[in-house]
Design a protein around this ligand. Structure first.
Ligand code: ADP
Ligand code: MG
Length: 423
């Protein structure tokens, strides 16, 4: 049976504390929706409302166009199963007995367990990998094993909709992936509708087709994982800065928190640093500055080279040039603009060819304009010069013009420089 859920203007309060406000959400048959959001944002409360364990303070939940409150309890239990967060066993049943309790919505006629019940129970235990536990006492199981037993009980309920509250919370990595793949398989093959609160954003984005992000009891964002899990959204809602990296095997990007998190105190905006690099020479420098809470600009970088990838990943302001093309005048002009805005210009130890001489010209121009220019690895400049002369001369002028020279990029020293009022 196809079951759709419509949530309209739902508000919910525990006493006087409003925990959910104005939630509008549609669950269509066959959906796989992940609900994400920080601790206390109302995820569990939303799920409990959808399972009719809690009653909305205002607004409505409709199951197939009928108000959820109009369903009899057992009738609803044949449509929607819930695996709660941190579910505690009431009694020390054996595993198989617990899974059998999932069959309660079908016991209206007080019949003894029938073949269909046994089949459902055995299948559920088999799918969730707890068949071998069937004679064990629930209290003797680990948190992860128990979690699988409660999932088995929900699957034995054979409902078209499954609500899960942090189903992978106590599971090790292998079981996390296995469980989500199991749910994905049931979703794809048997059209099981899945709504899962998920605490791990990477798993949420990998397995959900749609995401809903809650923040302080409101829907903050919804859509595809890529639409919802942006750096800006995560920064605002989780107050943590992250990188989004392509997963090497495809699929949605991986979310990597940056440590130490700069999100809470915010990125430094005051001091401006412009890094001139290319070909990977500036990647370490840019990353170190970024981790320090500084947001450098960068230029002129060839589209696709590793410095360009670094700058783009961090969302830096940068000047880019087509691959394998010499720096054009337009790009050079933009680069000078960023140099002009900066208080410190860092020249990375780049390889010099006729195509990127203008990068050195830009640094030299900065120096002449009175900027602090830091030249890195000056001792190897000769070995990095493939211009047949002009590159070396420009380096010479930088040195003579009073650029700061540094063999190894050293943030402490730069801090000292900045503290003494560079630029
Ligand atoms: P989440 O699952 O996103 O962590 P919850 O839905 O569990 O959030 O909780 C949302 C808010 O409601 C929190 O501030 C929490 O403290 C509060 N809350 C949860 N359950 C109760 C309850 N039974 N009584 C009072 N407040 C509660
Ligand atoms: Mg919760």
């Amino acid at each position: 049976m196809a079951v759709g859920i419509k949530i309209r203007e739902l508000c919910f309060s525990y006493g006087s504390q409003e925990v959910l406000s104005e939630i509008n959400m549609v669950v269509k048959p066959g959906d796989f929706i992940g609900i994400v959001g920080p601790n206390g944002s109302g995820k569990s409360t939303l799920l409990k409302n959808m399972a009719a364990l809690l009653r909305p303070t205002r607004g409505a939940i409709e199951i197939n166009s009928t108000g959820i409150e109009d369903y009899k309890r057992l009738e609803l239990a044949r449509l929607i199963a819930l695996v709660g967060q941190d579910q505690q066993p009431g009694f020390n049943f054996q595993v198989e007995e617990v899974v059998y309790t999932g069959r309660y919505p079908y016991k209206e006629r007080f019949r003894p367990p029938a073949g269909v019940d046994r089949q459902a129970v055995e299948r559920a235990m088999y799918l969730t990998g707890c068949y071998h536990l069937k004679d064990r006492d629930l209290f003797s199981l680990s948190g992860g094993e128990r979690q699988r037993v409660f999932l088995a009980r929900a699957l034995a309920q054979e409902t078209p909709v499954l609500l899960l509250d942090e189903p992978t919370a106590f599971l090790d990595m292998g079981y996390q992936v296995e469980l989500l793949q199991l749910l994905q398989g049931l979703n794809l093959r048997e059209k099981l509708t899945v709504v899962a609160v998920m605490h791990d954003l990477n798993l949420a984005s990998r397995y959900s087709r749609k995401l809903v992000m809650l923040n302080r009891g409101k829907i903050f964002a919804r859509g595809s994982p890529e639409e919802v899990l942006t750096r800006d959204h995560i920064l605002e809602v989780y107050r943590t800065e992250v990188l989004l990296e392509p997963h090497p095997m495809g699929g949605p990007p991986q979310i990597i928190p940056i440590s130490p998190p700069t999100g809470r105190k915010g990125r430094e905006r005051g001091r401006k640093i412009h890094v001139i690099g290319g070909g990977g020479s500036a990647t370490g420098i840019i990353n170190q500055l970024f981790l320090k809470g500084l947001t450098p600009s960068a230029g002129v970088l060839s589209i696709g080279d590793s410095d360009w990838v670094t700058a783009r990943r961090l969302g830096l302001e940068m000047v880019e040039e087509s691959p394998f093309s010499p720096i054009g005048l337009e790009q050079h002009r933009k680069n000078l603009g960023l140099v002009a805005d900066a208080s410190l210009v860092v020249l990375a130890p780049l390889f010099l060819g006729p195509g990127n001489l203008l990068n050195i010209e830009a640094a030299l121009w900065g120096l002449e304009e009175g900027k602090t220019v830091l030249v890195l690895e000056p001792s190897s400049a000769g070995r990095r010069d493939f211009t047949g002369g002009p590159g070396g001369k420009l380096y010479q002028r930088l040195v003579e013009g009073g650029a700061l020279l540094m063999e190894q990029f050293d943030l402490e020293k730069i801090d000292a420089l900045l503290a003494t009022g560079a630029g």
